[in-house]
Design a protein around this ligand. Structure first.
Ligand code: PEP
Length: 249
């Protein structure tokens, strides 16, 4: 059975005060035992988030990493540093990184490998733009992004990757993919993974991301191939994020 994962992505938002608020909010509630929850915070908040959420089952993660282990790369942060600061997950290839910072498939692959080498779980983000969807290229774009990483990993590593399908047109726009649209792409990804082997296809967790909110999460999460959510805007409000986590149980 695939354990659902709800991952919050704060992007470049939040503050130490918000970290503390989340610590208090999550300490006071019991999360469903069969759901994993992670919060991807900006680098400077990693340690504080680990402390604030230490009494809860919420794990922390980062939003990107360097593909290099160390050296003269001013401003970069390595996988080992993230682990030192308590991260267990790291987003890789978020569409904002691909579009705003020019990360291509080769750079995404190098970061996935760097994360795996330090025992971090990479959450590989894939998704099509509106233009690509309208040109009926959704599957080829998304499966191409998956293939660029999975083809280059060995069998033992493939199962350690979480995939987040995030249609670019649904991120931060308030426009959510319908449960049917999301399920169709998730099923296509799982079908693609079965080319490697059925155990991989049955085991890899596939998250949906793109304007997931407390009022649409349950329907999206009830789809057979949707194993959780990657939540941006709604992960900045403790009550909203908690409600999404509860609806995954
Ligand atoms: C995201 O940042 O990955 C995301 C899905 O954002 P939002 O939920 O705000 O659309």
């Amino acid at each position: 059975m695939r354990m659902p994962l709800i991952a919050g992505n704060w992007k470049m938002n939040g503050s130490l005060a918000l970290v503390e608020e989340f610590g208090r909010a999550f300490a006071g509630v019991s999360l469903p035992v069969n759901v994993e929850v992670a919060l991807m915070v900006p680098f400077p908040f990693l340690e504080a988030a680990g402390r604030a959420l230490g009494e809860t089952s919420v794990t922390v993660g980062a939003q990107t990493l360097s593909d290099q282990p160390s050296g003269a790369f001013t401003g970069e942060v390595s996988a080992a540093m993230l682990r030192d600061c308590g991260a267990r997950y790291v987003l890789v290839g978020h569409s904002e990184r691909r579009i705003l910072f020019g990360e291509d498939d080769a750079m995404v692959l190098a970061r996935v490998k760097a994360a795996l080498a330090e025992q971090l779980t990479p959450v590989l983000c894939v998704g099509e733009t509106l233009e690509e969807r309208e040109a009926e290229r959704t599957e080829s774009v998304v499966l191409g992004q998956v293939e660029a990483v999975f083809d280059a990993l060995d069998e033992a590593d493939r199962i350690r990757v979480v995939i987040a399908y995030e249609p670019v047109w649904a991120i931060g726009t308030g426009r959510t993919a319908s449960p049917e649209q999301a399920q169709a792409v998730h099923a296509a990804i799982r079908g693609y993974l079965s080319r490697y082997d059925d155990a991989l296809a049955g085991g890899v967790r596939l998250l949906y991301g793109g304007s997931m909110k407390a009022d649409n999460a349950a329907e999206l999460l009830s789809q057979p191939d949707i194993d959780g959510g990657l939540v941006g805007g709604a992960s900045l409000k403790a009550d909203d994020f908690l409600a999404i986590c509860q609806s995954a149980g």
